[in-house]
Design a binder for this molecule. Structure first.
Ligand code: ATP
Length: 334
C-alpha cells in the first residue's frame, strides 16, 4: 500500500534523510520511530506530497507521490505535527469544508462527516467552535480531518505530542481502531507508543532507517531476548566501563532508582546489561564484577525491552544488515 524506495532529502547542504526504504502492507500500522531530528517529519511530508524528495520514489496505492500528487492526496489522510485547524469554524463546519476540498461529492459529504465524527467520538462537540476545544479534542478533530474522505492510507506525525495521559490513551485507541480498514504510518519518538499501537516498526536514526521489523522480532534478534539486572556496591560509571568490555555484552545502562521498585541505598548501583544475540555472558559478568572489587548483591535474568533495542540502534555504530527485512514469515519461529 505504501512503498518507499531509496528516498533522500537534502536541505541546502544538510542531508535530512538518506536512502530511506520501507513498505507498509494494507491494514498495517507501521511505527516510524526515531529521536528528535532523525528525519521523521521530512519523510512524512514527502509521503503526503507536501515536500519533493531529492532522490528516490514513494508510492501510495500504486501512485507516485510526486508524479500523481492529486491521486495521492485523495488516497491519504495526513495529520501534521500541528493540525491545520480553523479555530473559528465549528467541528462539523470544518469537516464539511475539508471534505469538499478533498473532493468528496456534495451528496456524500453529510454521511462522511457524520462517520468521521462518530469514529473520533466527537458527537458532543459537533456544533462547538474549534477554538473552544481542549488539546485532546483538537487532536481528534485533526484525525477526523485526516480520515473524512475515507482514505486507504493515513499518515500521522507525532499524534500524541502535548496530550495528557488520558487523552493519549484515547488517541492511541482511536488509531488502533482504524487499523485493518486503513494502512497507517505513525511517526513518534515515544517508545511505548510503538509497542502499544504498531504491528511493525521502522527505526530511523540520523536520516537512515537502521531496522525494520515487528517490535517482538527486533527485541529477539538484536538482543537474543535476554539481559541481566545487577545490584552492586560501588561507582556505577566504573562498573559500566568494566562490563562494557566483556565479550558478548552489547549494552550497559543504569536503572533509574526513583519511582522504581529498587530501594535507594547508599553506594548501591543498579545496572542493566544486555547481551549480544546468541551469547550468554552471565558467568563472565558475575566473575568480572567481583574481580573488579565490586560487591554483587543481586543478579537476575530479564527480558530485553524495545527501549534496549532503540538505545542499541541509536547510540552505537553497528552492522545492522543482518536484522533488516528479516522478519520471520507467518508460522516461523522468531
Ligand atoms: N526546512 C529545513 N531546512 C533545513 N534543515 C531542515 C529543515 N527541516 C528539517 N531540517 C533538518 O533535517 C533533519 C531532520 O529533521 P526532521 O524534522 O525531519 O526530523 P524529526 O525526526 O521529525 O525531528 P523532530 O522529532 O524533532 O520533529 C534535522 O537535522 C533538521 O534540522
Amino acid at each position: 500500500m505504501i512503498e518507499v524506495e531509496h528516498l533522500s532529502k537534502i536541505y541546502g547542504s544538510t542531508p535530512a534523510i538518506t536512502d530511506v526504504t520501507f513498505n507498509v502492507e494494507p491494514g498495517e500500522i507501521l511505527g516510524f520511530l526515531g529521536p528528535n531530528g532523525a528525519g521523521k517529519t521530512t519523510t512524512m511530508r514527502i509521503l503526503a506530497g507536501y515536500l519533493p524528495a531529492t532522490k528516490g520514489t514513494a508510492k501510495i496505492a500504486g501512485f507516485d507521490v510526486h508524479e500523481n500528487s492529486l491521486a495521492v492526496r485523495q488516497r491519504i489522510g495526513y495529520l501534521p505535527e500541528t493540525p491545520p485547524l480553523y479555530p473559528d469554524m465549528t467541528v462539523e463546519g470544518f469537516l464539511h469544508f475539508v471534505a469538499r476540498i478533498k473532493g468528496v461529492s456534495a451528496g456524500d459529504r453529510n454521511h462522511k462527516v457524520t462517520a468521521a465524527i462518530a469514529r473520533c467520538n466527537l458527537e458532543d462537540k459537533r456544533k462547538v467552535l474549534i477554538r473552544k476545544l481542549s488539546k485532546g479534542y483538537r487532536q481528534r478533530v485533526g484525525i477526523a480531518q485526516a480520515i473524512v474522505h475515507d482514505p486507504p492510507a493515513i499518515i500521522l506525525d507525532e499524534p500524541t505530542v502535548g496530550l495528557d495521559p488520558r487523552q493519549i490513551i484515547d488517541v492511541r485507541n482511536l488509531i488502533k481502531s482504524l487499523a485493518g480498514t486503513h494502512t497507517i504510518i505513525l511517526s513518534t519518538h515515544i517508545l511505548p507508543e510503538v509497542s502499544m499501537t504498531c504491528s511493525r516498526v521502522a527505526i530511523i536514526n540520523r536520516g537512515k532507517v537502521v531496522a525494520t521489523n515487528t517490535p517482538e522480532n527486533l527485541m529477539t534478534q538484536l538482543t537474543g531476548g535476554s539481559g541481566y539486572e545487577l545490584e552492586i556496591e560501588g561507582e556505577a560509571s566504573l562498573a559500566k566501563q568494566v562490563l562494557q568490555n566483556i565479550s558478548g555484552v552489547s549494552l550497559v545502562e543504569s536503572i533509574p532508582t526513583s519511582g522504581s521498585h529498587h530501594p535507594v541505598s547508599a553506594n548501591r548501583a543498579y545496572l542493566r546489561v544486555i547481551s549480544q544475540p546468541g551469547s550468554e555472558p552471565g558467568k563472565d559478568i558475575a566473575a568480572t564484577i567481583v574481580r573488579a572489587g565490586f560487591a554483587l548483591y543481586e543478579m537476575r535474568r530479564v527480558s530485553a525491552t524495545l527501549e534496549d533495542v532503540f538505545l542499541q540502534l541509536t547510540t552505537e555504530e553497528k552492522n545492522l544488515e543482518s536484522i533488516q527485512d528479516s522478519a520471520p514469515k507467518e508460522g516461523e519461529a522468531a
